[in-house]
Design a protein. Structure first.
Length: 333
């Protein structure tokens, strides 16, 4: 019974967030306040607390590499297998069909299921995953589909072609300028993510063998404790009903990509990673995580469809929590 109470409670918090927005207690854009607090304060605090209170072996960097592969392979496959689809559909599937909501979603679930020790493999998985969700997937999608940043596809007059029109630079100076512009976009995407920056600092300290003072852990603890409530409430505030059948089909297609890929990587984590059972369980559950909030943000910027982004996140969150609960009960046995 205890196994079911915790995920049900997390689902109830999601529904409370949606109900409060539905009945006007939260405004339609109030989630942005909680989103800022979550990304810039609460989640970084949870990351610091995890590294400060739990031992992080340098061998766990293999989990970071695995997390990067799990987030990087699916968008490349989606790009290859959707090459005859309209650019708007390709962009939506690429942005939402890969990447995992670890910090805001898996951290609370892992902590509820296994205790704070499970945050260690979760954090190491998210180091690699964050490379893609913080900037990598967005830059990859825009580059492969020739989408100009800063404008939605409607503003770029996207039609039914698989990519937007693009003229490859012919002279050396134009090529150099294009490479510099791309490099600045990538760096800006990473640096603007506080969570990614904190991860990088923690990894450097871990490799250098520097222990984080206990006083820092005491300061970070309240932020870590608030992560479960704030993250699930934010998901509920992002939740919305689809605008029509086209939105339902789009999200269904995302699920058809995410579920097989997630299950495949979860199985690979369980059978292939050279770690103990608890570590492999935590990594396997991370592979079942829902769409990252970064993906919904990029979807809104590229497609201009905040409703579709919120519906996608909320639906995959419910599906993921159900899968995680079933997987945990199966692993316990």
């Amino acid at each position: 019974m205890h196994t079911l109470i915790q995920p049900v409670t997390l689902l109830l918090i999601i529904m409370v967030g949606y109900a409060f927005k539905r009945f006007g207690l939260f405004g339609p854009r109030d989630y942005r306040v909680l989103q800022t607090a979550e990304f810039d304060l609460i989640l970084p605090g949870a990351i610091i607390y995890s590294f400060a209170t739990q031992p992080h072996d340098i061998r766990l960097l293999w989990i970071s590499l695995f997390g990067f592969a799990a987030a990087a392979v699916p968008p490349m496959l989606i790009f290859l297998f959707t090459r005859h689809r309209p650019v708007s559909q390709r962009a939506f599937i690429m942005l939402n069909g890969a990447g995992f909501n670890v910090g805001c979603f898996c951290f609370p679930v892992l902590q509820a299921f296994y205790g704070s020790a499970a945050l260690v493999p979760g954090a190491m998985f998210d180091v690699g995953n964050c490379i893609m969700v913080a900037a990598g997937t967005n830059v990859l999608t825009q580059t492969l589909l020739h989408i100009a940043p800063g404008m939605t596809l409607a503003e770029q007059h996207a039609g039914d072609a698989p990519t937007l029109p693009y003229r490859r630079p012919s002279d050396r100076d134009a090529k150099r300028l294009a490479r510099r512009t791309l490099g600045r976009r990538i760096v800006r995407g990473f640096v603007s993510s506080v969570s990614f920056d904190v991860y990088m600092v923690m990894i450097v300290l871990m490799i250098a063998g520097v222990r984080i003072p206990s006083g820092i852990a005491d300061i970070a603890q309240p932020f870590a404790n608030a992560n479960s409530l704030c993250a699930m409430l934010m998901v509920g505030m992002l939740m919305d009903v689809p605008a029509g059948r086209a939105d339902v089909r789009a999200v269904a297609e995302v699920l058809l990509w995410r579920l097989p890929c997630g299950i495949a990587f979860a199985a690979a984590a369980w059978f292939l990673l050279p770690f103990g059972a608890e570590v492999r369980q935590a990594v396997a559950l991370c592979c079942l995580a829902p769409i990252a909030v970064f993906s919904t943000m990029f979807t809104d910027k590229v497609l201009g469809n905040a409703r579709l982004a919120g519906f996608s996140l909320a639906l995959t969150a419910v599906v993921s929590l159900t899968l995680m609960t079933v997987a945990r009960m199966a692993l316990l046995g």
